[in-house]
Design a binder for this molecule. Structure first.
Ligand code: ARG
Length: 618
């Protein structure tokens, strides 16, 4: 469990009470005892594992001692202490749990300052600290592939999570908007481009051109020619030298693509503070980074024969006719990281044009100058594990003052995202497909469907929820198979199920709206009337939310929050069948309504953390 916070959460108060007693009884440090109080499993509220304190006595004996200590020094919060082998379990007094958890959720979910939904679950552990989160980062003119989608979804979540933990978050999109491919695209546009198509659908059209011109280039190269590639290189060189013509065309491609991306992002509830991009890494920053690498003795020549990527050993130069080593007068510049088992990444090509790696090095320095971040996170797929490790190592060797503030948050691949059009699926296609599927499922219940204000937007929101939940369901490093049917089902742990759980809670309130409403102040509601075990279970899950937010933060895992959402939805779903609100006596009805409204508030808040838009009707 994480360290203490001063938000005054009930769950922390419980842990503190337990820790105080355990620390007095076993004569251990309070902080150590506090860190040892875990959330319980299987209906138990809290558990401590005695062996973790590494004391000289038998754990069973100590567990028993903790139990009797509580009996001798009772605390009103603690109802039961169970010694269970080397473990001790603690149960909170039900009435206090219900009272405190529900009041706290209700009170802390009110709008405050810049937080329209309050701050229940959030904490201030990151107060005064700034994090830059880089995510999405598609390459203009190339397809937005599943890796970019995952980066977008996970990066948005992490940004929200850091904000919920009190950090000041800067969200940046590092567009792939520079490189020889733009020279290639310019050649392609001359050959295959159409102004009309460009303004109609820039991303699609640029991609079409990109595919055609690449095919031309490959065909030429198979025939031992390189006209197209040379032309592309010349244009890119002109771009790097600042030639207005070359830059004007590039800028149009970039602007149109960014506009198109912004539309899709807004459909996904995704925002950036800044669109930066490889093109914005200044040449003076690149030059000084190169100069620093040189002066620190980090640059090494890399010869053509060394150039296989991913190789982790040095190859001797091939020999010519007479057994003499072949000469290479024009090597690239690289940083030799073999010592660290990180290969030998190239930082500058023989023709002097910049490449991905050096733009990343200079870009990191530039971002530190601009943001003075305490932490910077790169949300990039695991195919770039090596690239990121190399980047971080090079910055460390350069003594960059922020080198230890960098983190690569990686994730596995999505399998099977292919269409008739080839082996890519455009993001819009995926979203449209999910929306259509949701719409047709919603239409099966005519009565409900007629009550949905804007079915097209609702089905779009649910569809996106499905895409995102499929993506964040398991640990991020796992790859998963893209499965549209499974993803959009109402059964099992899907986005549709989650939205449905929220909608059901909203309808509880709607159904009694004419006869019942909650008082402004929840303490006027008699929570002692919530005597059913399911009510207790819900209150406990709600009380745990602030801790779950901290746990997710510790491991940067969206799945921690997704699992929490499903756990909450499952208890809600079974409670809704037993704890009826409508038609009960006023006080019981009120207490149950409070319970369900608190559940709704927390579910909505967890969903928003996942960048989902909780719906009222569907
Ligand atoms: N645009 C890159 C790609 O699609 C991802 C950028 C990752 N971020 C970085 N700083 N290198 O592969």
């Amino acid at each position: 469990m994480s360290t203490r916070s001063d938000q005054g959460y009930f769950i922390d108060q419980c842990r503190e009470t337990i820790a105080k007693s355990v620390s007095a009884c076993l004569q251990i440090d309070f902080e150590a005892a506090y860190a040892g109080v875990d959330l319980g499993k299987k209906g138990l509220d809290f558990t401590i594992a005695i062996p973790r304190f590494r004391l000289q006595k038998k754990p069973q004996e100590l567990a028993e001692r903790v139990r009797t200590h509580f009996l001798d020094n009772p605390d009103p919060i603690i109802d039961q202490v169970i010694a269970d082998g080397a473990f001790v379990h603690f149960m909170i007094r039900t009435q206090i749990l219900l009272r405190s958890a529900l009041d706290q959720v209700f009170e802390m979910s009110r709008p405050t300052g810049p937080f329209p939904h309050g701050r229940y679950g959030a904490n201030d552990s990151g107060a005064g600290k700034k994090v830059v989160v880089e995510y999405s980062s598609p390459n203009i003119a190339k397809p937005f592939h599943a890796g970019h989608l995952r980066s977008t979804i996970i990066g948005t979540f992490l940004s929200n999570l850091y904000a919920a933990n009190g950090w000041d978050v800067v969200r940046v999109n590092y567009l792939g908007d520079w490189g020889v491919q733009f020279g290639l695209l310019a050649v392609g546009f001359r050959k295959y481009g159409s102004e009309a198509k460009l303004s109609e659908n820039a991303i699609m059209h640029l991609f079409e051109i990109y595919v055609k011109i690449n095919a031309d280039k490959d065909a030429e190269s198979a025939a031992g020619q390189s006209g197209t590639l040379n032309e592309a290189r010349t244009i890119f060189k002109a771009m790097e030298d600042g030639a207005p013509n070359a830059l004007a065309l590039w800028r149009r491609f970039r602007d149109l693509s960014v506009d198109a991306y912004k539309e899709v992002y807004s459909r996904l509830n995704i925002e950036f503070d800044e669109y930066i991009g490889e093109s914005l890494v200044t040449s003076s920053n690149i030059d000084s980074a190169m100069e620093e690498l040189r002066s620190k003795g980090l640059l090494a020549a890399k010869h053509k024969w060394e150039s296989q990527p991913g190789r982790n050993y040095k190859m001797p130069p091939p020999t010519g006719d007479k057994g003499n080593p072949l000469k290479d007068d024009n090597p690239a510049w690289a940083v030799d990281l073999h010592k660290f088992k990180l290969d030998k990444p190239v930082v500058q090509k023989p023709d002097g044009t910049t490449i991905y790696m050096v733009r990343d090095i200079a870009g990191a320095i530039q971002r530190f100058e601009r943001y003075q971040f305490d932490k910077m996170i790169y949300v990039v797929g695991d195919q770039q594990d090596l690239h990121c490790a190399q980047l971080f190592k090079i910055l460390e060797l350069m003594d960059a003052p922020f080198a230890n503030r960098l983190e690569h948050i990686n994730f596995g691949k999505v399998k099977g995202m292919s269409t008739r059009k080839g082996d890519v699926k455009f993001l819009e296609e995926i979203l449209d497909m999910a929306q259509e599927s949701m719409l047709s499922q919603m239409q099966t219940n005519v009565e409900k469907f007629n009550n949905v204000e804007d079915p097209s937007s609702a089905s779009d929101q649910i569809g996106m929820t499905c895409v995102k939940i499929q993506d964040m369901l398991a640990k991020r490093i796992n790859s998963y198979a893209f499965d549209p049917d499974r993803m959009t089902s109402f059964e099992g742990d899907t986005g549709a199920y989650l939205q449905y759980a929220h909608v059901r809670l909203c309808s509880v309130k709607r159904k009694v709206a004419s006869e019942l409403s909650l008082p402004q102040n929840s303490t006027l509601v008699d929570t002692d009337l919530l005597v059913e075990p399911k009510a207790r279970e819900i209150a406990y899950v709600l009380a745990c939310y602030p801790e779950v937010v901290r746990m997710a933060f510790k491991v940067s895992e969206p799945s921690t929050i997704v699992s929490y959402c499903f756990k909450l939805s499952h208890v809600i779903s079974s409670a809704l069948e037993n704890l009826i609100v409508k038609g009960q006596g006023k006080q019981v009805a009120e207490a149950r309504l409070l319970l369900f409204m608190c559940a709704k508030l927390v579910l909505a808040s967890a969903m928003r953390l996942l960048s989902l838009n909780p719906l009222e009707r569907m």
